[in-house]
Design a binder for this molecule. Structure first.
Ligand code: XUL
Length: 485
């Protein structure tokens, strides 16, 4: 049995076919938004904006990415063998749809023979459905006043009910800001989807639910009940409850089937489409960490630490979150914004290649007598605040080092930044607990220097995974699980 997992993340969309009987990956394809869909003007997955707090993407780019990645996968694999589709999206991002949305979804349900195989693509079919031309994404921090309003109204109850304090990038504050800044645009919005449920809806040709894994990242869901919190939604924006799709609880049976539009990629219409989740909850499943005991460090555009939770516990310091675990129960999570894009900037700044950044620099620092006297010194850390940071909250001021940065060697710069990132992750996740084993995933997990630093700082055994894209894998596994249920 083969299932398909689609992961729409910040900088790319990936598709992975999972052979659920042989327990191996059968095929993969990916599309990088900046390089391969440059016409959407999002070189790093978002629209450049002079205001460093504003981070938005063009939602049509995600539709183009879906078409493109399926076409690429079709060149690799006999798509008629796929028995179910699952997926996930970057968390928190929201898509605002007007009353043309339903009719556009309906078009996908018309058989592909009526369309002709080389019919319109998704971007054309969904032209005119966006009540807001942009989609705020998880990197956006422009909702300070909405966060303050939620805090003032609900205080600690917000954390107890939704699993997180009010957070700038979370969808609730983002919706509040849109409703306040553009009341007419908000009034014309009939449906608000997350990136995950938006793409799932497109695949199913019908409004898809939001699962508790991704939905918990909105500040709007009563996580204990697995349902929208009517009081918070009512406070956030007028009529919000009617604009939100249904909530899907873990393991809930899905009645959605693949829309005939996707026959053009050789897929069979009607195969089950399971509710999508967030990229981190999907990755929790893909790394096999959906049972308590193992923690995961995912080193992507964001650096994220997460683990399954045996009991519902929130972060007293207010940085971490609790989300639904797609396998049931809950997961904890802490997210640092300055992950791989910041590392890339440091590499460019230092002017070194990947071999040096991932390994050579670490060897040089441990062999040579570092000018910072000792590698273990507390001073030997720097942090790349290239994006306004959320964990901890800090403006975008560039590199901040605990020593004289200008006098440091290239190797010291690289190693101190990695150490600063890992130490920060360690310090912010103490509330989650201690772990003997940490599984690392995401692009930067290829770096031996980063893996060794994680092992050293966390005092844990570090395991890498055979499959690089644990989110797409987790999504495909959830689709296989739904078939067997
Ligand atoms: C998690 C978060 C990011 C995004 C993008 O809370 O904001 O990890 O999911 O990957």
């Amino acid at each position: 049995m083969y299932t398909l997992g689609i992961d729409s993340s910040t900088q790319s969309v990936k598709a992975l076919v999972w052979d659920a009987d042989a327990h191996k990956v059968a095929a993969t394809a990916s599309v990088n938004f900046g390089r391969e869909l440059a016409e959407f003007g999002c070189p790093d997955g978002f629209l450049p904006n002079d205001d460093v707090l504003v981070r938005q993407a063009n939602p049509a780019m995600w539709l183009a990415g879906l078409d493109r990645v399926l076409a690429k996968l079709q060149a690799e694999f006999d798509m008629s063998k796929i028995a179910a589709v699952g997926g996930d999206g970057q968390q928190h991002g929201s898509v605002y749809l007007n009353d043309a949305w339903s009719a556009a979804l309906g078009k996908l349900r018309v058989g592909s023979s009526e369309f002709g195989v080389v019919g319109e693509g998704l971007v054309d079919i969904f032209a005119g459905v966006f009540a807001r031309p942009v989609a705020p994404i998880w990197m956006d921090s422009s909702t300070g006043s909405q966060v303050a309003a939620l805090d003032a109204r609900f205080g600690d109850a917000l954390r107890a009910r939704t699993g997180s304090p009010a957070i700038e990038r979370f969808t609730g504050p983002q919706i509040m800001k849109f409703a306040a800044d553009d009341p007419a645009g908000y009034a014309s919005t009939v449906r608000i989807h997350l990136v995950s449920s938006f793409l799932c809806s497109v695949l199913a040709g019908a409004d898809a639910p939001i699962d508790t894994g991704d939905g918990a990242g909105m500040n709007l869901m009563d996580l204990g009940r697995g349902a929208w919190d009517e009081e918070i939604c009512g406070f956030a924006a007028p009529g919000l409850l009617e604009k939100l799709p249904k909530v899907a609880r873990p393991g809930e049976r899905s009645r959605m089937g693949l829309a005939p539009y996707f026959e053009r990629y050789g897929l069979r219409a009607g195969i089950p489409v399971v509710p999508f989740t967030g990229d981190n909850p999907a990755s929790l499943v893909g790394t096999g960490a959906d049972r308590p005991g193992v923690a995961v460090v995912s080193l992507g555009t964001s650096d994220v630490f997460f683990a399954a939770m045996d009991t519902f516990r929130t972060d007293p310091a207010g940085y971490g979150h609790v989300f639904g675990n797609p396998s049931g129960g809950f997961m904890s999570l802490a997210c640092v914004k300055n992950g791989s894009l910041a590392r890339e900037k440091v590499r460019a700044l230092v002017g070194c290649d990947y071999a040096f950044f991932d390994e050579g620099a670490f060897e040089e620092v441990s062999n040579a007598n570092s000018q910072l006297t000792t590698y273990n010194s507390k001073l030997f850390r720097a942090f790349p605040y290239f994006e306004s940071e959320i964990t901890p909250v800090h403006p975008a001021t560039g590199i901040e080092a605990a020593f004289d940065w200008d006098k440091a060697s290239a190797a010291e710069k690289v190693v101190s930044v990695i150490r600063g990132q890992v130490l920060n992750l360690y310090e912010r996740t103490r509330w989650i607990g201690s772990f003997d084993t940490i599984r690392v995933t995401g692009g930067a997990s290829r770096s031996r220097g980063i893996r060794d630093t994680i092992a050293d700082v966390f005092g844990a055994r570090v395991e890498t995974l055979d499959v690089a894209d644990s989110a797409a894998l987790g999504a495909a596994m959830l689709a296989a699980r739904a078939l067997r249920a």
